[in-house]
Design a protein around this ligand. Structure first.
Ligand SMILES: *Cc1c(COP(=O)(O)O)cnc(C)c1O
Length: 420
């Protein structure tokens, strides 16, 4: 069941909250990402409510959707943030968030990234290797500070998701081997500028089964107990993000409250603060990509619906073989059905949103909504084929806020120089 309840039909026309999507298209043009502010807030609050009584902080994973207005919406609710680059920290601070609620993840932090984050006073680093540990120690000592560090451990758990978004097996580049990490903590205890106070892990994304998450939590908790016994003052446990959302009509997402109640049992009596880094499960269902049909055509046995959005705007179908439901913005009662490939104008065979999809007959000028596009949508977009990036609109009740204006041709060449 799709649970993007902020997108509902009223008298046959799709709305985002109280705004008619045909009006949005008329005023702001297409393609356009449309986000529901209430949808984002509802998902965030579901985590907060489930975590009541547990010492915790929710650090929204910025990479899922880093629009300033989205970050600001979450910052106002008291969210912390999980960043993977200095650029993401820059955004988070611009959005009005507190630096001391930010954790820094990522397998390849540069010295410049680390310095910028330390200067801005972030909460902690999720460290992925011994070499990184030395870098953190060196930079922190140089500026006479002491930073909180958690090792990201790799618990060797199969997350059972798409291979490109699975990260928790020993063969992946992420984290430190859970069997070898204790020597890294020993090393960290002796280094200046470093307080090893946490353990973190993140086993993958779009997980639709809670078992791997609990298995990882148990393995990591056993590690925490071993570390505490040997004198490492672990106070925080960061279990990453990864909760899946339903992309198909028939699919069920995982329930945040089931996940947290499973954690609640396992964490009882542990005296740890829990950090979580949800990205997709906060924003995916709160967004759609609004697009217009340009042409329809038939090549041999195949029908094609050519729309004005393309793989450069939403690459998930191409990159992850991801499924997105695609629905007409205006339901026509007399429309028959056709089976078609829904494709964009980019010169790549991989430029498709759906293949062999059954949908109500659509013609030039009709609007379609590509659903569940709030996460890993705009953030992965590019200017390929010199296509200006689309606008992002944040709907709040009956108001539409232009969260990012559509790029112009001038934007396309910004920073480029002709030869003299
Ligand atoms: C991508 C990522 C997340 C967020 O994952 P979602 O599946 O979007 O919840 C959290 N933590 C880390 C370290 C990540 O790389």
């Amino acid at each position: 069941m799709l649970t993007d309840s902020e997108f509902q039909y009223r008298a046959g026309t799709l709305f985002c909250e109280d705004v008619n999507l045909t009006e949005i298209a008329a005023i702001h043009g297409t393609p356009a990402y449309v986000y529901s502010k209430r949808g984002i807030e509802t998902k965030y609050r579901a985590y907060e409510e489930a975590l009541a009584g547990i010492s915790h902080r929710i650090c929204y994973a910025v990479k899922a959707n880093s629009n300033l207005a989205v970050l600001q919406t979450l910052a106002r609710l008291g969210a912390g943030f999980d960043i993977v680059s200095a650029g993401e920290l820059f955004r988070v601070l611009k959005a009005g968030a507190r630096a001391d609620a930010v954790v820094f993840s990522g397998v390849g932090k540069t010295a410049e990234d680390v310095r910028y984050a330390i200067e801005n006073g972030i909460h902690s680093f999720n460290c992925e290797s011994e070499a990184e540990l030395h870098l953190l120690s060196e930079i922190a000592s140089k500026v006479n500070t002491c930073i909180s560090v958690a090792f990201r451990v790799n618990p060797d758990v199969d997350a059972i998701t798409h291979p490109y978004i699975s990260t928790g097996l020993r063969e992946h580049k992420f984290g430190a081997d859970i069997g070898l990490v204790e020597s890294l903590y020993e090393c960290a205890m002796k280094l200046p500028g470093i307080r090893p106070e946490g353990v973190s892990c993140h086993i993958g994304s779009q997980l639709l089964d809670l078992k791997p998450l609990w298995e990882a939590a148990e393995k990591v908790l056993a590690l925490v107990r071993r570390l505490k016994r040997s004198g490492v003052p672990i106070r925080e446990l960061d279990l990453g993000g990864g909760l899946g959302v339903p992309y198909r009509g028939a699919e069920h997402g995982v329930s945040v409250s089931d996940f947290i109640s499973g954690l609640r049992e396992r964490l009882a009596g542990e005296d740890l603060r829990l950090l979580l880094e949800p990205g997709r499960s906060i924003v995916a269902e709160a967004g759609i990509l609004l697009t217009k049909v340009l042409f329809t055509k038939r090549n041999g046995q195949k029908n094609f619906v050519i729309v004005d959005a393309a793989m450069n705007d939403l690459i998930r179908p191409t990159l992850y073989q991801a499924h997105h439901e695609i629905v007409p913005v205006v339901k026509r009662l007399d429309a028959g059905h056709l089976t078609a490939d829904i494709v964009g104008p980019v010169c790549e065979t991989g430029d498709f949103f759906a293949r062999g999809r059954e949908l109500p007959e659509a013609g030039s000028g009709d609007l379609l909504a590509i659903r569940t596009a709030g996460a890993y949508g705009f953030v992965l977009s590019s200017n390929y084929n010199s296509r200006p990036r689309v606008c992002e609109l944040l709907v709040d009740g009956s108001r539409v806020h232009v969260a990012r204006r559509r790029e112009t041709f001038e934007d396309l060449i910004r920073g480029e120089d002709l030869l003299q």
